[in-house]
Design a binder for this molecule. Structure first.
Ligand code: NAD
Ligand code: DAU
Length: 335
């Protein structure tokens, strides 16, 4: 059996592959990734010599490249590939429409023609938009995205559901809250704040910093994704949250205590345009149907994450300098 993972050189996709190839040695994983700025093959270094792992460089919008790489006996496509950073989507939205919308449709078309067993699409709690205090986003609520990123992920979800409804494809959508953990590109809040805190640099806090997110350790998320892939019901959507709702200021204060730096590093800056105030996913359906719950508490997960960044400062340095791009050429020859 083979599975075709897109975007597996990114933060969450690489965690999924590192876990999957070790836990399922009889299953081939093809990592199909175009290696944008967010794709870092160093994230796969712990497993990239295993016989059941293969890397193919390609763009999910490129039909011929996907057709050439997808195996005949493909049990599942797991679609992580995306432009994922909200601030970048505010600066320029076109790349988000290209990859997140057109790329997803390209994969759906090919999956249908190739009779792929299951299409697992990785989405986000951001498609529900900002929740009111005491409001929880359930799987059946209408979608209400705010940012260009969230709008592109919403469009992709609609196309996935349309493929299921129209063609009877076996599709599942997962919507995860804010992930943190090792190997996260240092543009997102936590890896940026950890790197800055370790160097005693100011940490930018957008606006009043009272925005709320639900933080999940990436390993809890990818464990949930494995269960969804094996046991989820076709046509369904499942929410995956961390049971850790925290305001940004509180997250950063816990972080500074963990790193041993003063709160004076917190520096309020101009707010993100259209900044969503609160995300809150209701995961009771996932708990009930799949028996999954997050296991890693925030203090424990954050301490482990800080330790990882401390022990892997060379990774951070290579990621920030762009040197990580050399890894592909070293491993696979000419780009
Ligand atoms: P990431 O930005 O770290 O990685 C994205 C990966 O996709 C990179 O390896 C990149 O090279 C690849 N990619 C981008 N465009 C591509 C294209 N056209 N063709 C092939 N590969 C391409 O993202 P992440 O944080 O790992 O997120 C993975 C998925 O999970 C995304 O779909 C994102 O929307 C979703 N998600 C992320 C979070 C989070 O907190 N990070 C939470 C919920 C959902
Ligand atoms: O909710 C899931 C989403 O989480 C995913 O779908 C996205 O792919 C992922 O990027 C993430 O989006 P956010 O916008 O919530 O994450 P980010 O790390 O960019 O920001 C987290 C919060 O911190 C948000 O309220 C903005 C704020 N922030 C962010 C940065 C980068 C700051 O205050 N300062 C910063 O420097």
């Amino acid at each position: 059996m083979s599975i075709f993972v897109t975007g597996g050189a990114g933060f969450i996709g690489s965690q999924f592959i590192r876990d999957w190839v070790v836990q399922n040695p009889d299953e081939l994983v093809i990592n199909f990734d175009s290696l944008t700025y967010a794709g870092n093959l160093e994230n796969l270094a712990p497993v990239d010599k295993l016989p059941n792992y293969r890397m193919v460089k390609g763009d999910i919008c490129d039909e011929n490249a996907v057709l050439a790489a997808i195996p005949e006996d493909c049990a599942a496509v797991v679609n992580f590939a995306a432009e994922s950073h909200v601030d970048r989507s505010i600066l320029s939205a076109k790349e988000f429409v290209q990859t997140n919308v057109l790329g997803t449709q390209t994969l759906l078309d090919i999956s249908r023609h190739k009779k792929v067993g299951r299409f697992l699409h990785i989405s986000t709690d951001e498609v529900g938009g900002s929740m009111e205090p005491n409001q929880w986003f359930t799987e059946d609520m209408p979608l209400n995205p705010s940012s260009p990123y969230a709008a592109s992920k919403t469009a992709a979800e609609h196309l996935v559901r349309a493929a299921s409804h129209t063609f009877g494809m076996d599709t599942i959508i997962t919507r995860t809250s804010n992930n943190y953990g090792p190997y996260q590109f240092p543009e997102k809040l936590l890896p940026l704040a950890i790197s800055n805190a370790m160097q005693g640099l100011p940490i930018p806090v957008y606006g009043d910093g009272l925005q709320e997110r639900d933080w999940i350790h990436v390993a809890d998320n990818t464990r949930a994704l494995g269960i969804v892939l094996r046991r989820g019901r076709a046509g369904q959507t499942y929410h995956i949250g961390g049971k850790n709702p925290l305001r940004n200021m509180d997250v950063l204060k816990i972080l500074l205590k963990t790193v041993g730096q003063p709160e004076s590093l917190l520096t309020h800056v101009t707010d993100r345009l259209g900044h969503d105030r609160r995300y809150a996913v209701d995961c009771s359906k996932t708990y009930r149907e799949l028996g999954w719950e997050p296991e890693i508490g925030f203090a424990e997960g954050l301490a482990a994450t800080v330790a990882w960044y401390r022990d892997n400062q060379a990774w951070v340095q290579r990621t920030r300098s762009g040197e990580y791009k050399d890894y592909y050429a070293r491993m696979y020859g000419n780009v």
